[in-house]
Ligand binder design. Structure first.
Ligand SMILES: C[S@@+](CC[C@H](N)C(=O)[O-])C[C@H]1O[C@@H](n2cnc3c(N)ncnc32)[C@H](O)[C@@H]1O
Length: 266
């Protein structure tokens, strides 16, 4: 079990409750780079694992002409994503369905490109997520993930507490590489330092380029998010999430936590 109730709501919970469109560090710059490395071109069939509000799936289809299936465990996320695709006039190119990334509801060898933006470390068994991504990719298909990655050696206690507060499990670079290899991913390349700079971490939004973590959400978005956290978790939830956020930002600023993009082939 990865998450204890002690630190709920986690940073991930707060981001999801916030209602903002892009739910990962690096924002659209990283999504664009992921699509470029994945060599998305018209006619390819792409799976977006843990597709959230559908922002990335819609972007891949709109910008590169690919056909996308997004899958997410949350019925609310899937509903929002489908409605966003319809609003964008791309519902003929992008479909969403509910499913668990640890047991994907697709046949073997179904997709040319399989992407997971920022959600390999969230479920209990990240290795299963990677195995499943490889299973549903066609032979020679491309696999892309980006995830939180330690930049310094830390004790297991510090890592464990941090993961519980964050709501996802960062790993060391060598651990991610080894898990990808175990899943059967070949010819792996990665980009680490450039996505680990604090100014990239804070840049989680499409149109918001901020230099300080405090401004990643606007003041009104912060107030709305805190209001929602209060209704769901009470006052203790608000103070817990504030502490969790502080621990998270300090880890980034201290150079302990970074962010890495990986690409390989089946
Ligand atoms: C950090 S968000 C990333 C969303 C999107 N890929 C993005 O980058 O904006 C994590 C997403 O993972 C989804 N998720 C969590 N556990 C999952 C699971 N076991 N299977 C599929 N999706 C899951 C959540 O519902 C949420 O939408």
């Amino acid at each position: 079990m990865k998450r204890k109730a002690l630190y709920r709501p986690t940073v991930e919970d707060a981001i999801e409750i916030g209602g903002i469109e892009t739910l990962h560090p690096g924002g659209f710059a990283l999504t664009r780079r992921t699509a470029e490395l994945g060599q998305l071109t018209e006619g390819l069939r792409v799976l977006d694992v843990s597709s959230g509000r559908g922002t990335q799936s819609i972007y891949y289809a709109g910008e590169f002409g690919v056909d996308v299936v997004g899958v997410d465990i949350s019925a609310d996320m899937v509903k929002t994503a489908a409605s966003n695709a319809e609003k964008a006039g791309l519902d003929h190119k992008v479909q969403f369905r509910i499913g668990d990334s640890q047991s994907l509801p697709f046949e073997d060898n179904s997709f040319d490109v399989v992407i997971n933006e920022c959600a390999v470390g969230i479920p209990d068994d990240s290795q299963k997520v990677l195995n499943e991504m490889v299973r549903v990719a066609k032979p020679g298909g491309r696999i892309l993930i980006h995830e939180s990655t330690w930049r310094k050696k830390l004790s297991n206690d510090e890592k464990g507490e941090f993961s519980e507060r964050y709501g996802t499990t960062p790993l060391e670079l060598a651990e991610w590489l080894s898990m990808l290899e175990t899943a059967g991913v070949k010819s792996i390349v990665y980009e680490f330092e450039q996505w680990s700079k604090p100014e990239m971490f804070w840049k989680i939004r499409k149109d918001r380029d901020v230099k300080h973590w405090f401004f990643t959400m606007s003041i009104s978005e912060k107030l709305t998010t805190m209001g929602r956290i209060f209704s769901k978790y009470g006052f203790a939830g608000v103070t817990t999430v504030m502490k969790n956020e502080r621990v998270f930002y300090q880890a980034v600023l201290a150079g302990k936590l970074g962010y890495a993009l990986f690409k390989g082939e089946k």
